[in-house]
Design a protein around this ligand. Sequence first.
Ligand code: SF4
Length: 172
Amino acid sequence: MPFVISLLQESSRQFPGTSRCKFLVEGQATAEHPLGVSQCGIYNERPSACRVYPTKFDKAGELAVLCEAPAPISGSSHPAHRLCARPWEQQDFDPIEQVQHLAVAKFEMNFFFKLAEAWNARPRDWQVFPEFLQMVYSNRIRAEADCHEGECDETDQEVEARPIVRFPRLAA
Ligand code: SF4
């Protein structure tokens, strides 16, 4: 059974009847900003998906492509669903930081795919999954002396082709 890990949603105080990310700090409406200005309450610790939004890598994986702002929710006329006052522009983003965020997100997604592959090769009770995550992520740094023979000298192509996932395993 597939699972999705997502941020919790809460009811919006600013716009009753709509929901928002649990970490969004809603600002009061002002004359200048009648819909209010809201901010991320965990900005420095926000997830990778939030950091890269609304960009993606180009086909070469070198440049950030700015995606179009999504249309309001279909059929909704609620003002909370029209908060993008204008399209995003290049100048809204740091050209160095944004590409770095994308590179990290790509690395972490590939790492997670391998983690999922390792879990699915020997699935256990779902209750054990958090322990598995904890074990994998707390063992991401290794001493050079602990690398298996030749492992640390592999080329990128060899690493890419290697079918074995080197994650620590839960005890049987
Ligand atoms: S940036 Fe992410 S974590 Fe922060 S409020 Fe928005 S959706 Fe939530």
